[in-house]
Write a protein that binds this ligand. Structure first.
Ligand SMILES: [Cu+2]
Length: 146
């Protein structure tokens, strides 16, 4: 094979590879990779659905999809495991406020490539939801061990 033909075939392979990748991430989202985030998002799921950490560690969510999402903790008032701090994109203090702000004003979302983080001090299992995709089952869990 001469050099020109070799480069031409290389170019074809590379183009196909990139097109395949961007289609997958664009349409379906992708998991986080590297040190930038822990939980990624597809159009209708948190990836991974369950994420485990030790108390005192910080979880970073990143919207790795093309859709807007929320990360909204699924409890109100006092958390059953102790005085854990409530967490939600938009930094609301409770689920009712986050729910109202989203459905009335579309507030509290994170857009493509935006991140949200929360430090978990109290051990326990935390469930959270994406408000616009709750019906589609977009629910996630953070397992915090001692
Ligand atoms: Cu969502």
């Amino acid at each position: 094979m001469n050099r020109r033909a070799y480069l031409a075939s290389l170019g074809t392979v590379t183009t196909v590879g990139i097109a395949g990748c961007s289609t997958v991430s664009g349409m379906f989202g992708e998991p986080c990779s590297g040190d930038n985030c822990d939980v990624g998002m597809t159009r209708t799921e948190f990836v991974p659905e369950t994420y485990e950490i030790s108390a005192g560690e910080t979880v970073v969510w990143k919207n790795t999809s093309e859709a807007d999402h929320t990360v909204t903790a699924y409890w109100s008032g006092k958390f059953e495991e102790g005085d854990a701090e409530y967490f939600a994109t938009g930094d609301y203090d409770d689920f009712e406020t986050a729910d109202e702000e989203f459905w009335n004003e579309a507030n509290g979302t994170i857009s493509t490539r935006e991140t949200f983080e929360h430090t978990f001090e109290v051990p326990g299992t935390y469930s959270y939801v994406c408000l616009p995709h709750e019906d589609g089952g977009m629910i996630g869990f953070i397992e915090v061990t001692e």
